[in-house]
Design a protein around this ligand. Structure first.
Ligand SMILES: N[C@@H](CCC(=O)N[C@@H](CS)C(=O)NCC(=O)O)C(=O)O
Length: 214
């Protein structure tokens, strides 16, 4: 499998960490996000959305990070991380869909305002951040409630759902995500997800610096 990605971005880090969790065999072809290489004609022939990541496996060309995780898990027969039991799989699928449609867009506001804008010489817009607060706390509250009763989002161990939902908050300190009212969510992130070898190996630090976590 050939993965086209820039491991500093949310959805690429998600897939790189997920493939490591799954033990998948793949090669990484770097597409430089900040150089805008995802917008090149060559890359748009692979993903017409001009967005990262994408995967090629023989004749299959796949985009959408969560679809890539589902495919890699099924291909490798990794039922521990993506169960085949109908109800358990539906539970994981629910979190994958919710992450892409609902959770990522909310966390992304904090990433753009508090990380990307200052890095490019701008400043966060307090009105934009204030406007996101209510939605963020509603969504974080859903996760916090779920994680008050279980160590991982779905099942007794980590699944691709944990990797997917953690990715949009991967820079939570630099993003200044308001996690204080959500202790179960914060604990899951810092004491569960961030302790996984696949997460440590794909560490992204402030300033979008790559390198193994301390
Ligand atoms: N739903 C897509 C979202 C992909 C996406 O938005 N990727 C970002 C990087 S995390 C991107 O490349 N955006 C294009 C751009 O900003 O030019 C997925 O999960 O793969």
């Amino acid at each position: 499998m050939e993965l086209f990605a820039d491991p500093i971005t949310v959805n690429c880090r998600k897939v790189v960490a997920g493939l490591k969790l799954l033990g998948s065999d793949y090669t990484l072809t770097k597409v430089d996000y900040f150089k805008g290489e995802q917008k090149s004609d060559a890359f748009k022939a692979i993903n017409p959305n001009a967005a990262l990541p994408a995967l090629r496996d023989g004749d299959l060309v796949l985009w959408e990070s969560n679809a890539i995780l589902q495919y890699a898990a099924d291909k490798g027969g990794k039922t521990q991380f993506y169960p085949t039991d109908t109800a358990k799989r539906a539970d994981v699928n629910r979190w994958l869909l919710w992450e892409a449609s609902t959770w990522f867009p909310s966390c992304y506001v904090y990433l753009v305002e508090n990380c990307v804008k200052p890095l490019l010489g701008g400043a966060p817009d307090p009105a934009v951040l204030a406007g996101e607060e209510e939605r963020f706390h509603k969504l974080a509250g859903i996760l916090d409630d779920r994680l008050s009763r279980r160590p991982w989002l779905a099942g007794d161990g980590p699944t691709i759902a944990d990797i997917a939902v953690a990715a949009p908050m991967h820079l939570h300190a630099w993003q200044q995500l308001p996690l204080a009212p959500h202790p179960n969510l914060a604990r899951w992130m810092t004491q569960r997800v961030e302790q996984l070898p696949c997460w440590k190996a794909t560490h992204v630090g402030d300033g979008f610096k790559l390198g193994e976590a301390a």
